[in-house]
Design a protein around this ligand. Sequence first.
Ligand SMILES: Cc1cc2nc3c(=O)[nH]c(=O)nc-3n(C[C@H](O)[C@H](O)[C@H](O)COP(=O)(O)O)c2cc1C
Length: 180
Amino acid sequence: MILLHGMNPATPAFDQSYFRSALSRFPTGVTVVVAQAADGSPIGMTISSFSSLSLEPPLVLWTLKLESASIAHMRQAEGYVIHVLSAAQQDLAYRFAKGSQQERFEGIPLKRSRSGLWMLDMPDCSAWFECRNHHQHDAGDHAIFIGAVHACAWTNAQPLIHHSRRFHHSPPVAEIIVER
Ligand SMILES: Cc1cc2nc3c(=O)[nH]c(=O)nc-3n(C[C@H](O)[C@H](O)[C@H](O)COP(=O)(O)O)c2cc1C
């Protein structure tokens, strides 16, 4: 059964948790963004606010809360790699949303991208985007990071989906015909 929750006398005109619940009804994919801290070590976090932005030039965006422990590192990072998680990588979504950076990367295989950025050495991601940290814009309590994509790759792996604060798996992905 579908329950429609609207405003009622018990609901304040604008209630933050109600707003968050409404936002959670928008299904998204889940990514892990990996960059390099000033000391050279990798930093990473789970991000679902990823979106395509522009085809020409190729741009994507994602947002990070200003109170994030990594915000200062992200602001100064030269670039980052955005990994779109597959259904088989749900554990990574939990891992990169809590704990210290050291704990997040414990036992995680890493490699350098062609342009020298840290990235997950995991061929079973759904896709990845290697980005230059092109532009940042603070809006409310988040910073919008705009990435200029200079390399990307994708697979037919079934993607991980986040909806109503839960993870879901999509039906198997059909073979995609590549348009070039
Ligand atoms: C599925 C999921 C999606 C998330 N998406 C975002 C997001 O888009 N932006 C954000 O700031 N935090 C997001 N988070 C929370 C961050 O992953 C979490 O706050 C993390 O601790 C941030 O890292 P830091 O505080 O070490 O910088 C998400 C968490 C989960 C589990």
